[in-house]
Each structure stands twice: as structure tokens, then as C-alpha cells.
Design a binder for this molecule. Structure first.
Ligand SMILES: [Zn+2]
Length: 210
């Protein structure tokens, strides 16, 4: 499998390419910005994009999704509870001082329990509201990997003071869904370094017993 993760855009959202070199297929998670870079990398690797998966509708994660869809024809997946937030991309852009990207409704909703990803590398969708109402994490069970969006960070958790945020809800999502995963699960967050569920269970101040 090909696994590449790199920060894109002014607030360094971790964008991930996951590819199957035998099937020549890939998925991209959170193409927030730098779409030409992402697209050239897919071309270099000889991978056909099958799905564009977006963990939530903040501009730094979803900003490049439509552009990437137009270049590749791949469908966009986003949890339907973030549709109201998707409609605020213009004000999100103004808030960051960047140009608003075009947007379109996603092709499919990343509903809880849905299996997405590649045939040899599937992921289960965990709906983990709190940072936004439609925030999801993607659990690649065979890879022991969780792509956590802005729900969990190394040593911290996603902010809940933006529209759609709810502190009690993110704490509940973290305890009931993410802490249920095995300690050895690698966590790739929406920003910052990689961590593990075990490390966060031990040391993340937001995850200590309630
Ligand atoms: Zn966010």
C-alpha cells in the first residue's frame, strides 16, 4: 500500500493519499488546498482516484474537494450533518482572509458504519460529532490506523467554539468511540503529529476519566 500524508494550505491541514499499487487505485482524505500538488502526486504514482473523503466541512479540510473532483471525476463523501456548515464556506474564507472556494453538495454522506476506502484497504466511518455536527473519523481496521480529522490531536482535542461545535458532545464522542479502539491504533490527526490511542489514553488531559 502507498500511504502519504502531508500538510496543505495556510493552516496546514494533513491531507492523506492512500493507494493500492496493484489495483492502481487511491483515495484522498481532506484535500483542503494545494490540489494541483495532490493531483500531480496521484499522476506520478499512476493511481486512479476512487473517492474523496472529507472528515468535516471546515474550509481547511474541504476547500479543494470540488476542484479535485473536477480533475479526477471521483465522488466526494461528507457526513450530511455538515451540510449547513458547507454552505458557510464563504464566511469561513472571509474569516481566514482567503478566497472562497466553490462548493457543491457531496455525492454521498459519510454515515456512521459505512465502509469506504479501497477494496484491500477498507475503512469504517465513525460519526464523532462535537468539533462539528458532521465530524467523522475513518478507522482503517486492517492498518490499525485512525484518521481523526479535528476530533483528536496529539495532546489535545478539536475546538468546539466555532458554529456547530459542542464540548459535551466531542467529549462523549472521544470516550465512547475513540477510546473503544485498541491502544496500538495509530492516530493521524487533521493537524500536527501522529500519535496513538494508547498514548492519548495515558496522557491527553481531555481523555482522563470523567
Ligand atoms: Zn476543523
Amino acid at each position: 500500500m502507498i500511504f502519504e500524508s502531508f500538510p496543505v494550505g495556510p493552516i496546514a491541514c494533513n491531507c492523506t493519499i492512500l493507494g493500492d499499487e496493484e489495483a492502481h487505485e487511491a483515495i484522498v482524505i481532506d484535500p483542503g488546498d494545494e490540489v494541483s500538488r495532490i493531483h500531480s502526486r496521484l499522476t506520478e504514482l499512476g493511481l486512479k482516484l476512487k473517492q474523496i473523503l472529507v472528515t468535516h466541512a471546515h474550509i481547511d479540510h474541504v476547500g479543494g474537494a470540488l476542484k479535485l473532483k473536477r480533475l479526477t471525476g471521483a465522488p466526494i463523501f461528507l457526513n450530511e450533518n455538515d451540510l449547513p456548515l458547507l454552505k458557510t464556506l464563504e464566511s469561513q474564507a472571509a474569516w481566514l482572509g482567503v478566497r472562497a472556494p466553490e462548493f457543491a453538495p457531496p455525492d454521498e454522506s459519510l454515515n456512521d458504519g459505512l465502509i469506504v476506502g479501497l477494496e484491500r484497504c477498507p475503512a469504517q466511518v465513525l460519526h464523532t460529532p462535537g468539533h462539528t455536527q458532521g465530524s467523522v473519523c475513518l478507522h482503517f481496521t486492517p492498518l490499525k490506523l485512525l484518521v481523526a480529522g479535528d476530533t483528536l490531536f496529539a495532546g489535545s482535542i478539536g475546538r468546539t467554539d466555532l458554529p456547530g461545535g459542542d464540548y459535551a458532545q466531542i467529549i462523549d464522542s472521544l470516550h465512547t468511540r475513540l477510546l473503544a479502539l485498541p491502544d496500538e491504533t495509530q492516530v493521524l490527526s487533521g493537524h500536527g503529529p501522529v500519535t496513538t490511542i494508547g498514548e492519548e489514553r495515558r496522557s491527553n488531559p481531555f481523555l482522563q476519566s470523567r
